[in-house]
Design a protein around this ligand. Sequence first.
Ligand code: DGL
Length: 274
Amino acid sequence: MTKGPIGVFDSGYGGLTVLKEITARLPAYDYIYLGDNARAPYGPRSFNTIYQYTLQCVEWFFKQGCPLVVLACNTASAKALRSIQQINLPKIDPSKRVLGVIRPTSEIIGNYTHTNIVGVLGTAGTVSSLSYPIEIEKFFPNVKVYQQACPMWVPLVENNEHNNDGADYFIKKYLDEILLQSKDIDTLLLACTHYPLLLDKIKAYLPAGFTILSQGKIVADSLAGYLNRHTAIDQKCTKDGLSTFYTTDAVAGFNQKASIFYGKNVEAKHLMLG
Ligand code: DGL
């Protein structure tokens, strides 16, 4: 049996906020992280572009021997996951698995709201896909979902401007816009893996009593449950507690910013995608 590490993918740095929680929850496993920084952000790109980029990265993970890949990116999960699962996986290798971040979050979000009205903040791609309203309805048909695209938030985080005064304007702008959609929203989901870095500033603009959900721990718990239930996949995962990091852009810049998202030093390798 070929064994390998678990692949964790994001368009850039955001998935590191998820990997951080996954490695804390499941420290025994090996991981390969790939940030497609050279082509980020994915948020404003078309369905087909996001699908092709994500598929190319998933195929690379499989070549590294990964039995399982987690798309730790809402935009890729929204635009590419279903096509990869239904069209590509059966041809590439039906024994491989690709999981996303939208379903694990949709499965639990209804447990947090008292008003049954939730807000989803994400990239333009995630919002326009309607993936969250569709998925949440399957698990919580009584929950009403309002969405807001926050196109300036990823650039603020990617440029390390998220803690500076200039960030406040755009943080307040999108929060005001979603709260205008319904005054009864009591739970906000940060449906982009970059947004946890904005959490302190987001909290400061919301009334007390709001629940704000980040995805890292939710996805980590869900992955733990998945590996527990799917022992055949679990047995194909190597378990030496090692993590390796790749970026499609320059390594020096990646290492510097990645540590902000990951909370630890990162020494990445460069990957040139053809
Ligand atoms: N981190 C990605 C997400 O969760 C989006 C970043 C991007 O636009 O590339 O949606």
